[in-house]
Design a protein around this ligand. Sequence first.
Ligand SMILES: Nc1ncnc2c1ncn2[C@@H]1O[C@H](COP(=O)(O)OP(=O)(O)O)[C@@H](O)[C@H]1O
Ligand SMILES: N[C@@H](CCOP(=O)(O)O)C(=O)O
Length: 328
Amino acid sequence: MAVYTQVSADELAAFLSGYDIGAAISFKGIAEGVENSNYLLETTTGRFILTLYEKRVAAGDLPLFLAFIGHLAAKGLPVPGPVADRQGRTLQVLNGRPACLIEFAPGVSVTEATPAAAQEVGVALGRLHQAADDFTAERPNALGPASWAPLAARCANPDGSSRLGEIDAALPGLVAAGLAAAADWPAGLPVTTIHADLFPDNVLLLDGKVTALIDFYFACTDLRAYDVAVTHAAWCFSHDGRQFFPERAAALMQGYGAVVDLTAAERAALPRLAAGAALRFTLTRAYDWINTPADALVTRKDPMAFARRLGWYLAATPEMMDGEMMGG
Ligand SMILES: Nc1ncnc2c1ncn2[C@@H]1O[C@H](COP(=O)(O)OP(=O)(O)O)[C@@H](O)[C@H]1O
Ligand SMILES: N[C@@H](CCOP(=O)(O)O)C(=O)O
């Protein structure tokens, strides 16, 4: 579940008095999500999402995130935009937390990705990158390659000995191989503002069409092909990372390629970028696994699901990224 900060009826009414969106009819915490507190709010004029940003989102980054969301929404992307109060402000403070009202979007996240959904997501990601082209604000990727070795080092006991092997005996070796591969990180590829976390739970679909891309709170200035790699890793495997689905990969890459023509250098770099993406999620999950008490309200995500993907990408060719299997 993800409601860390409670909001009472009186607090909500005081908050809403600054907006022209009517009075609350219903207000419920949303169980999904990990990072922030999210509520579904229905007022006399419509439905909204109220997000209170918790500790892992740096308050200083929020103006850029909200500006990027607003930029994409204004360009007609399926991105629910922030709602402004009577004074034109989108970013607020509620119960000591930065907070924002966001338009509600219909749709549901797929639990099992299909090739058709992967293709739609590929198209949506391509359109996102196109629309991001003239977004000029910049934010370095705090979870980029330079952060991975220090993050791995923090998955340790106070005496510095690694705890990765407590999660799975194969994990230390996979992380070491991933870090070695990431030392030769591709350079000189096209850069834009990227989503950086376009997992199935951050995409809403209705009748097979993408109705919303959400959760832009890792957005940053980085390689656009790295965003493709993140999305590939998130959409093209079974949940546990044991099985790669070439049809999903083919559909995702076809959908993206219909909008954005990756350069030859980007295509050649994709396996390396995807190994990096898999390492990034392996490490953040491992860190959370080690540092989240087993009885915490948040469900810990399995680091091995991405460590297995990492193993696959380390042996992959650019053709395999497109769903073409070796020898076939
Ligand atoms: N604009 C929106 N419209 C409809 N539902 C939304 C919207 N934003 C978030 N949600 C719902 O809230 C859940 C959690 O949102 P998310 O941004 O992923 O949270 P977190 O940042 O905590 O991971 C989503 O899975 C979705 O069900
Ligand atoms: N997508 C990441 C975790 C980030 O959580 P989100 O709910 O904010 O997308 C992962 O699966 O490890």
